[in-house]
Write a protein that binds this ligand. Sequence first.
Ligand code: SAH
Ligand code: SF4
Length: 342
Amino acid sequence: MKDIKELNLKELEEQFLSWGQPKYRAKQVFAWIYKKAAADFSAMSDLPEDLRKKLEKEFFIVGLELADLQRSVDGTAKFLFQLKDKALVEAVSIPAAKRITGCVSTQVGCKFGCKFCASGLKGFKRNLSCGEILEEVLYLKNNALDAELTHIVFMGTGEPLDNYDNLLKSIRLINSPEAFNIGARRITISTSGLIPEIQKLQNEGLQFELSISLHAPDDSRRSEIMPINKKYPLKDLILACKNYMAKTNRQITFEYLLVKGFNADIQSADALVALLKDLSLAKVNLIAANPVPELNIFAPAQGQIDKFKEYLFKSGVNVTLRRERGQDIDAACGQLRLRYEK
Ligand code: SAH
Ligand code: SF4
C-alpha cells in the first residue's frame, strides 16, 4: 500500500488515466483529502464504487497516529505522531488572533548536532517522506480550533534542506489551490545554512520565506555551537545569501539566539551589524534562548536582551524579538522530541 499523499495532482491524474479513468477524478480525490478531511476512500461519495475499492486496495490516506497531545496555557498545542515504522515526530500549532501557524518537522531527529538544540540530541534516524510532511499539515488543519491554519513554518525537528526533494514537493502541495492553498509567502523554510541547497532554492520560482539560523556573529563562536559552520563558514554563507536576495529580490530573516554568557553582549551586537552590513534585505529575528538545562543553555536577563535589540535598531538593522510560545509544554523552537526519548 502506498501513501496517496506522495502524489501531486499530475501524478494522480496519470494514475487514473492508466486505470482508464477520467483525469478529473484526481481533483475530486484531492478535494476529499485536503479540503473535506476524508480519512477513507469509502467516504468519497461522488466516485464510482469500484474505483473507491481500487483506491482502497492500492493506497492509504492516514499513515500516522496521534501518540500524545499537550496544550499550553497560551493555546499552543504540541502533537506527537507515531509513523508507520513507529518513529515519533512532533508538530506544533500556534494560534494568534485569526490565524494559526503550523510548525512542522521534516526529519526524524537531526544530523547537524547544534549545541543549543534538543532536536539533534538523539541523532538522526531518517527523512520524512513528502506524504508524511503533508500529513502533519493535514492533521493540524483538521484539528485547528477557532481559526484556520494559515501559515506553515518548517521549524520543527530536522534540517529541511537536508531533505530537499521531499520538502519542495510538499511545499508545492501546501501551496497548490487543489490541496492546501496556503500562499507561498506564508510558508517559511528555516535552515542552519546548507549553501548548495540555498543556491538551488533561488531557482525554484516560489515565493516562500527563508530564515537562516545564524546564532553567532563570527566563525569561531558559530563553529563552536553549529558544527555545520566548519563546512559552510560565514563568509561563504553570507555571500550565498547575498546572491539569493539579488536573484529572488526576497528578504532573508536571520535567526539569532541570545544565549547567556555567549553571544548577547554589545560587542557581539556590533559584530553582527558588521557581518550583515552588505545585505540590504536582511532582517534579524532575536530569540531569547529556550533553556535546555541538559545543554547548559539559558537566556540572558531581559535588560540585556533589550540593549542588544536597541543596538541593532540604532545601527539601522531591521530587527524583531520573537516571543516564544508553548514553553510550558516544551513546544518552543529547538525543544521538540527530547522529552519522549530521554
Ligand atoms: N534545522 C533548521 C530548522 C529547525 S528550526 C534550522 O536549524 O534552522 C529550529 C529553530 O529553533 C532554529 O531557528 C533553531 O536555531 C531554533 N532553536 C534551536 N534550539 C533552540 C533553543 N534552545 N531556543 C530557541 N530556539 C532554538
Ligand atoms: Fe538540526 Fe536545526 Fe536543531 Fe541544528 S538547530 S540541530 S540544524 S534542527
